[in-house]
Write a protein that binds this ligand. Structure first.
Ligand SMILES: [Zn+2]
Length: 435
């Protein structure tokens, strides 16, 4: 934190720097990063050599954007498989700085290895976000961990004074979550997912817990992992919680909504964010649909350089009412999730609102079964609430298929499953699966 801090920000200087200052900082970091990575990362060196680019060609941010070749998940996996390198040729450091290897979620295929030092970049972003929600030094926040790799070490929180109250991100932890919320009066809940929300709702129905009272200390709850279905949003808001949606920034860091709820901010001191033609290399306009391409600016262990994330976003650098100057984006889906059914584009995001019209499927638990990108029929697996079923399962699946087919103007085939079946997959439901 800087000395002259505005109470609205964790780090005023960084969060509100002018666009010109952001670009100056990015250029300085890029010019340091380029020779560093080229010398150390065998993957980057191989990709650049193939493209005929050397560090001496890069003398500005503009040179970097014009000349540096892209990498993507396939580039990393192929390097890993060809060279037997678990780090996919990305590692720029050795032990003790290189502490392990993490994986991307791998919902659309083989998980991609990503070497990790510690979680300093994600933590830097998270402290800014928690502060924005309203956590201050000495306050607790509830930290529902997906794994025990993140944030357990209390030292990591010393500079902020925030006190994490740890629980595991499991439906069985709901009673513990409620107890912690009542006893410690945490200011933020980081984070909830579709399965956890459904478990909280279930717990409430069985025990009659007053969730508004139990959660009354929270100034915000972070939801992440996937887009939020409208009915879950209404449910969580009925507990008196303000929702902040969070998403990954190409596995470098995170992006999160601010109180304006008009797009998720990406921290551009930590990542160079580009927004390019999904089928090319040109920058697309503010607000247009483009592919998110990221470069890690504060990672000396295994920085991703011009990594094509496969995420389609609309992005703006227009000023935000929260006063932060870093870009904002809205997720539109993954490029590889798109299906063309009888010539029409279908993305998982298109289906969320359609699932709202049937009481049995309002939780928005569905999966697209994708054999290939272009097909003649949309195949879906849909989770339903068996307690709400009125007729037969067959009648419901035909009814859903008919209504969706009419809305989307394509043939739809629906396979019904009980919701519990789809929730077994953990904190995130793969929205597109192979048959
Ligand atoms: Zn904002």
């Amino acid at each position: 934190m800087s000395g002259l801090n505005d109470d609205r920000y964790f780090d005023t200087d960084v969060e509100t720097m002018s666009r010109e200052q952001i670009e100056k900082l990015q250029e300085a970091r890029i010019l340091q990063l380029v020779p560093y990575v080229y010398q150390r990362s065998p993957l980057i060196r191989a990709v650049w050599e193939e493209a005929g680019v050397t560090p001496s060609d890069i003398r500005s941010l503009a040179d970097f954007k014009a000349r540096v070749p892209f990498i993507d998940k396939d580039t990393i996996r192929q390097y890993r498989d060809r060279h037997g390198d678990p780090f996919g040729g990305l590692a720029c450091a050795t032990a003790p700085h290189l502490r392990g290897v993490g994986f991307t979620s791998g919902t659309t295929g083989d998980p991609t290895p990503l070497p990790r030092a510690d979680e300093h970049i994600t933590l830097t972003a998270l402290k800014r976000e928690l502060w924005h929600i309203g956590v201050r030094s000495g306050d607790y926040f509830t930290y529902a961990l997906f794994t025990f790799r993140e944030g357990v070490n209390a030292d990591k929180w010393l500079d902020s004074g925030f006190r994490p109250a740890l629980i595991q991100h499991l439906p069985s932890e709901v009673p513990h979550l409620i107890e912690i919320s009542r006893r410690l009066r945490p200011k933020a809940l980081f984070m909830i997912s579709t399965p956890l929300i459904m478990a909280i709702d279930q717990h409430q129905k069985i025990t009659g817990t007053d969730l508004r009272e139990a959660f009354s200390s929270y100034k915000g709850v972070v939801f992440g992992g996937e887009p939020m279905s409208p009915s879950l949003r209404i449910l969580v808001e009925s507990w008196g919680l303000e929702i902040f949606e969070l998403s990954s920034l190409g596995d470098i860091s995170t992006t999160m909504e601010c109180r304006a709820h008009d797009g998720m901010h990406a921290w551009e001191d930590l990542a160079l964010v580009e927004h390019l033609d999904p089928d090319g290399d040109q920058e697309v306009g503010d607000g247009a649909r483009g592919e998110l391409v990221v470069t890690a600016l504060a990672d000396d262990v295994a920085p991703l350089i011009r990594f094509r994330t496969d995420d389609l976003v609309s992005l703006t650098r227009a000023p935000c009412t929260c006063g932060r100057t870093h870009c904002r984006m809205k997720l539109l889906g993954r490029k590889s999730d798109e299906m063309i059914v009888q010539g029409r584009s279908v993305m998982p995001l298109d289906l969320f609102p359609l699932m709202q019209q049937f009481p049995e499927t309002q939780a928005g638990l569905f999966q697209i079964v994708k054999a290939q990108r272009e097909t003649e029929q949309l195949r879906l697996r849909v989770g339903y609430d068996a307690s709400l079923l009125k007729g037969s399962e067959n009648e419901l699946s035909e009814h859903i298929a008919r209504c969706l087919g009419t809305s989307l103007e394509i043939p739809v085939k629906v396979e019904l499953l009980r919701s519990e079946e789809l929730l077994k997959s953990g904190h995130k439901i793969p929205r597109v699966i192979k048959p």
